[in-house]
Design a protein around this ligand. Structure first.
Ligand code: FMN
Length: 194
């Protein structure tokens, strides 16, 4: 008899715990502002050594839409130190490299994810060129940044300032290297839940 009461108690507790979990999960979902399911999405990124590309692909896999790699006409040196030296000069001079290829019909997109590596505490010049090349007025822009230990620094602040007329979502992705762990939860928090 005692054994049956214990089993019954355990079952009741499990049901209550599960119900409680469901309620809290629902509350979290309601907290996130849902993105319009019909929104047209572009995931655009610049990547020199592949990390931001990996993050872009992980985002694209979750949100769908189109993927676009921002590429410069003149490629950067293959060597790290030469690239950092060139990047430092370019950032100090406000240089905007010429870009290869174009997004076909930018006007069709409602949401544009824009990814950059952290270069000297800011966004890569190629991303600045990208922001200046298109009319992003009225679009929702979701920034994502990868870094080598410095974190966000001025990346998202500078991207926001250079993104004329767009609404930059707060809480952009800032991840070390090619880390993609946590991307699903981040997208859900932004309202890109299934
Ligand atoms: C030119 C250059 C400058 C960089 N400056 C910084 C920096 O200031 N802070 C930082 O945390 N990482 C810095 N890094 C490291 C990159 O942000 C990091 O490795 C990033 O994930 C690279 O992305 P990618 O592989 O898409 O190019 C720099 C890397 C390069 C090539």
């Amino acid at each position: 008899m005692m054994r049956n009461i214990l089993i019954f108690g355990a079952v009741v507790l499990s049901v209550l715990a599960f119900a409680g979990f469901k309620v809290s999960a629902q509350t979290a979902m309601e907290g996130a502002q849902k993105m319009d399911k019909n929104a047209k999405i572009l995931v655009a990124y610049y990547s020199w050594s592949g990390n931001t590309k990996e993050v872009a692909e992980a985002i694209h896999e979750k949100v769908g839409g189109d993927l676009f790699e921002i590429q410069t006409v003149q490629s950067y040196p293959a060597e790290y130190r030469e690239t950092t030296a060139q990047a430092k000069r370019e950032i100090n001079e406000g240089f905007r490299p010429e870009l290869k290829g174009k997004v076909a019909d930018m006007a069709q997109y409602d949401v544009v994810f824009i990814g950059s590596p952290n270069w000297w505490g800011t966004i890569a010049p190629a991303v600045s060129s990208f922001l200046e090349s298109y009319d992003l007025n009225g679009k929702t822009v979701v920034p994502f940044v990868t870094h080598g230990g410095g974190g966000e620094q001025n990346t998202i602040r500078d991207l926001t300032a250079q993104c004329k007329g767009c609404t930059v979502k707060s809480g952009g992705w800032v991840g070390y290297g090619s880390r993609t762990f946590g991307i699903s939860g981040w997208l859900e928090d932004l309202g890109f839940a299934d």
